[in-house]
Design a protein around this ligand. Structure first.
Ligand SMILES: Cc1cc2nc3c(=O)[nH]c(=O)nc-3n(C[C@H](O)[C@H](O)[C@H](O)COP(=O)(O)OP(=O)(O)OC[C@H]3O[C@@H](n4cnc5c(N)ncnc54)[C@H](O)[C@@H]3O)c2cc1C
Ligand SMILES: NC(=O)c1ccc[n+]([C@@H]2O[C@H](COP(=O)([O-])OP(=O)(O)OC[C@H]3O[C@@H](n4cnc5c(N)ncnc54)[C@H](O)[C@@H]3O)[C@@H](O)[C@H]2O)c1
Length: 472
């Protein structure tokens, strides 16, 4: 067995681990990174990247079959599901070099392609290596949670991992779980020609503001997706091509395939965390504000840390760990300014508090302002008028923003900047947006905040009348 000593050992080469490795190695630390499976982790191989690529195929098919309102004849697209999967593979291959072993070795990182597990508080074994490190970062991500629904293990169910291997378009896809994975994949498949039924135990897109989620759900239903809510899957039966899902209230849904998308499970089982004195919670590894585990030399980041599960969160965590582990500086992970977006069409995006959360936290100090896409000229030109932006404001500062509509995931960037830097509504209204852009929505909602203050204000009116009398 080879013994290695290093400054920083990173377990997992996904979104979080790669970001720590890139930063730390280029800043002079001696870094070892373990990866037991594919470089790039879930996001590149089974998550964000393939899902957004398949969504793009679905969007293309939908545009072709809904062109008439633009004066271009509708066509029935000839969908080749296997070719769409080739497109997905090609997109992964195009991005893969950025996450590759070669690239990281070029930074001076020693990449070991083995799964690691703790053997003591400061040592990890991986294959034929025993690595001791000054600091260790657990960035092992998460896996699809497969609930113990009776019968599920008897049918050939799909997860976000096996879905990408499927080359024949499902005739009728049943999706258990109406979260972001379920809804994104439901719409992509519907647009590629499958019949789709979403079976959701509570409310679909339930982590988002219900008013905003409804904009998306209405559109999805309009496209022919059946969304059954309060439909907790209780039993699954059938065979390849003929699957039935029965819900707790006795409804039975029939389809050809079933995708299980009911959340994630942190990858901690094989790490032997107890040998390093590291505790876990119900959702992942227990960490403090600085992402340190109960073993102060070990950090946990990204999905493994059991909080928000997004690639940009794993990347943000990486920055916190670099600051703390490399420079010994205090660094705390916050969540107030973390956005998320669901890439259905229309999209759904959120940063900061939802209206309900803001009401609870700020009570009567809260003001809520809305602006609808139907008043945005670019949205009208593009016939993308469904949706709205909603801003929760306390004493002139936004504390949360929710957007449902065209390019919501792009629009939320500005509000992430605003909230991260404690900026005010006046900063947004001072901005000049090019006309006509969807981005004007951001300025217009700030206008909606200031309009009553300016236009329904007697003092303002008095001042204007007074000045007008004296102006030459
Ligand atoms: C279908 C789907 C769509 C998604 N879409 C989006 C999106 O659009 N936007 C977004 O922000 N997020 C999205 N996510 C979430 C995103 O993929 C994750 O939040 C992100 O990948 C987490 O990064 P991570 O570094 O924590 O884990 P990962 O990227 O999963 O990396 C963990 C790595 O650790 C390795 N590993 C595990 N155990 C060990 C061990 N013991 N030793 C060595 N290596 C190990 C794994 O093989 C893996 O490569 C999506 C997820 C899914 C499933
Ligand atoms: N666009 C994005 O950024 C994006 C896209 C996909 C995934 N993700 C990340 O991946 C995570 C996991 O996504 P997800 O959609 O699997 O999980 P989720 O936890 O967000 O949603 C799962 C849904 O399944 C439902 N459910 C649970 N058990 C059920 C049962 N027995 N029958 C019916 N419904 C049941 C839950 O009520 C919930 O609504 C997300 O929370 C997100 O962090 C992000």
């Amino acid at each position: 067995m080879e013994t290695i000593k290093t400054d920083l050992l990173i377990i997992g080469a996904g979104s979080g681990g790669l970001s720590v490795a890139a930063g730390a190695s280029q800043m002079g630390a001696d870094v070892v990174m373990l990866e037991g499976h594919k470089m790039g982790g879930d996001c590149l191989n089974y998550g964000c990247v393939p899902s957004k690529a398949l969504i793009a195929s679905g969007k293309t098919a939908y545009t072709m079959s809904h062109a008439a309102p633009y004066g271009v004849g509708d066509v029935v697209p000839q969908v080749d599901y296997a070719a769409a999967k080739d497109h997905v593979g090609d997109v992964i291959d195009t991005i893969a070099p950025v996450d590759s072993q070669e690239r990281f070795e070029g930074f001076g990182v020693r990449v070991i392609r083995e799964f690691g597990r703790f053997v003591s508080e400061t040592e990890v074994e991986a294959g034929n290596y025993r690595i001791s490190a000054r600091r260790i970062v657990i960035a092992t991500g998460s896996s699809p949670f497969v609930p113990p629904i009776p019968g599920l293990d008897q049918v050939p169910y799909l997860t976000n991992e096996s879905l990408w291997e499927l080359r024949e378009r499902p005739d009728h896809l049943l999706v258990i779980g109406g979260g972001p994975i379920g809804m994104e994949m439901a719409q992509a498949h519907r647009r590629l020609g499958s019949q789709v039924t979403v079976i959701e135990g509570a409310k679909a897109l339930g982590k988002d503001d219900p008013e905003m989620a409804e904009v998306v759900l209405g559109s999805l239903r309009g496209e022919g997706i059946e969304i059954a809510e309060d439909a907790l899957a209780k039993e699954v039966r059938g065979t390849d091509g003929a699957i039935e899902v029965e819900t707790q209230d006795g409804r039975v849904f029939k389809g050809s395939h079933v995708l299980v998308a009911v959340g994630r499970k942190a990858n901690t089982d094989t790490l032997d965390l107890d040998k390093a004195g590291i505790k876990t919670t119900r959702t992942g590894i227990q960490v403090d504000d600085s992402l340190k585990t109960t073993n102060k030399r070990v950090y946990a980041i990204g999905d493994a840390a059991g909080g928000l599960q997004f690639t940009h969160v794993a990347g943000y965590h990486a920055g916190i760990v670099i600051r703390s582990a490399l420079f010994g500086l205090p660094a705390k992970a916050k969540t107030d300014h973390i956005p998320w977006a669901t890439y259905t069409q229309p999209e759904l995006a959120q940063v900061g508090l939802t209206e309900a959360q803001a009401k609870k936290e700020h009570g009567i100090k809260l003001e809520v302002h809305r602006f609808h896409y139907s008043h945005n000229d670019r949205a009208i030109a593009e016939r993308k008028t469904k949706g709205l932006i909603k801003v929760m404001v306390v004493k002139g500062k936004p504390v949360g923003v929710s957007i449902a509509g065209h390019q919501a995931g792009e629009l939320i960037n500005l509000w992430s900047l605003v909230i991260a830097n404690g900026l005010k509504m006046s900063h947004v209204s001072n901005m000049v947006s090019p006309y006509p852009t969807i981005g004007e929505l951001n300025k217009r909602v700030a206008g909606a905040y200031f309009s009553p203050r300016l236009f329904e204000n007697e003092t303002v009116k008095k001042v204007v009348r007074f000045v007008q009398r004296w102006l030459p």
